[in-house]
Design a protein around this ligand. Structure first.
Ligand code: 5GP
Ligand code: ZN
Length: 114
């Protein structure tokens, strides 16, 4: 999928609507459209990177901010203390559906593996 058809690029540009939780220069966090937990937020780099296979293309500062924003989102949504899952699906065995790198932040109930 090219960047032009990428739904998360469209969310970044504002062409598609989302419920934004956090917005800063290089990183956006918004609610997952079909939340699988009481709190289910996606944290993405604004730059189009398909998956971890392209992680070297992301500036170090942006990669670090994805982690920090995940923690900030967890605090804002009151799951930082109770705990949350930080998860990045990569490729078909992981069930990756959207090929714009994104980290799931999920909590508000008992989360297990996988
Ligand atoms: P993946 O399996 O690729 O890690 O997860 C993709 C996630 O994106 C899914 O949890 C799905 O619900 C979410 N998603 C797919 N399309 C949209 C959309 O248009 N808006 C929002 N907010 N979430 C989406
Ligand atoms: Zn994209």
């Amino acid at each position: 999928m090219s960047e032009n058809d990428c739904i998360f690029c469209k969310i970044v540009s504002g062409e598609m609507e989302s419920e934004v939780v956090h917005d800063e220069e290089g990183v956006l966090a918004f609610k997952d459209a079909s939340g699988k937990a009481p709190v289910h937020v996606l944290v993405i780099p604004k730059q189009h990177v398909a998956s971890m296979a392209e992680i070297e293309q992301l500036p170090d500062a942006v990669a670090k901010r994805i982690f920090e924003v995940a923690q900030e989102v967890a605090e804002k949504t009151n799951v930082a203390e109770s705990g949350y899952v930080f998860r990045i699906n990569n490729g078909s065995d992981a069930g990756q559906e959207v090929f714009h790198l994104h980290a799931h932040v999920m909590g508000g109930k008992r989360m297990g593996m996988p």
